[in-house]
Design a protein around this ligand. Structure first.
Ligand code: MN
Length: 203
């Protein structure tokens, strides 16, 4: 069973001007695809050939850095596409309550998410995550992921330069502000929180 490049869950121009169709054509069509292709090539003919992506990541962590990087990046990008929304949304229900309890307010969460994403050194990911009833902002470097760590990922934003450079050049804070204010899929974050187990990359 080979992993597939999942389709974007929105039209490729739907996030403009925060993220352009041109950025997505490279980011999804070239970068994400390359991570998938390299993962498939690395597991072909091994005992991981029929494993799900989450198992590949967990088995590769600490033992096969190349496979870990490519499999974790395959998962992270799928999760990122689902973390994005064409329309601005507001968190509601249990998610909204836990945001207020953990950060003081929704505005404070958005401010902290933007600050942590902008301050992250070099390539990586900024996440909203849950551990028990407490929500937190987490950062991972390069291809690292939360999926196999026991900290529940609710949403992520890619802060690698390839995520924003064509649209915003060096201005990562502008990319983050536009994404956080207008294009976060809070309904997806709420689904992840309610399920209580990590999102699974579609088979
Ligand atoms: Mn990326």
């Amino acid at each position: 069973m080979a992993f597939e490049l999942i389709a974007l869950p929105f039209d490729s121009a739907a996030l403009e001007p925060a993220i352009s169709a041109r950025t997505l054509s490279y980011h999804h069509g070239k970068h994400h695809k390359a991570y998938i292709d390299k993962t498939n090539a690395a597991i072909e003919g091994t005992d991981l050939a029929d494993a799900d992506l989450e198992t590949v990541i967990a088995k590769a962590r600490g033992s096969n850095q190349g496979l870990f990087n490519n499999s974790a990046q395959s998962w992270n990008h799928g999760f990122y596409w689902y973390s994005l929304s064409p329309e601005a949304q507001q968190p509601s229900g249990d998610l909204a309550k836990k945001i207020d309890a953990s950060f003081g307010s929704f505005d404070e969460l958005k401010k902290k998410l933007a600050e942590r994403g902008a301050g992250h050194f070099s390539n990586g990911w900024v996440w909203l995550a849950a551990k028990g009833d407490t929500l937190s902002i987490e950062e991972t470097h390069d291809g690292d992921t939360l999926v196999d760590t026991g900290t529940l990922p609710l949403l992520t934003i890619d802060v690698w330069e390839h995520a924003y450079y064509l649209d915003h050049q060096n201005l990562r804070p502008d990319y983050l502000k536009q994404v956080i204010e207008g294009h976060i899929n809070w309904a997806f974050a709420a689904e992840n929180l309610a399920r209580g187990t990590a999102w699974k990359y579609p088979a």
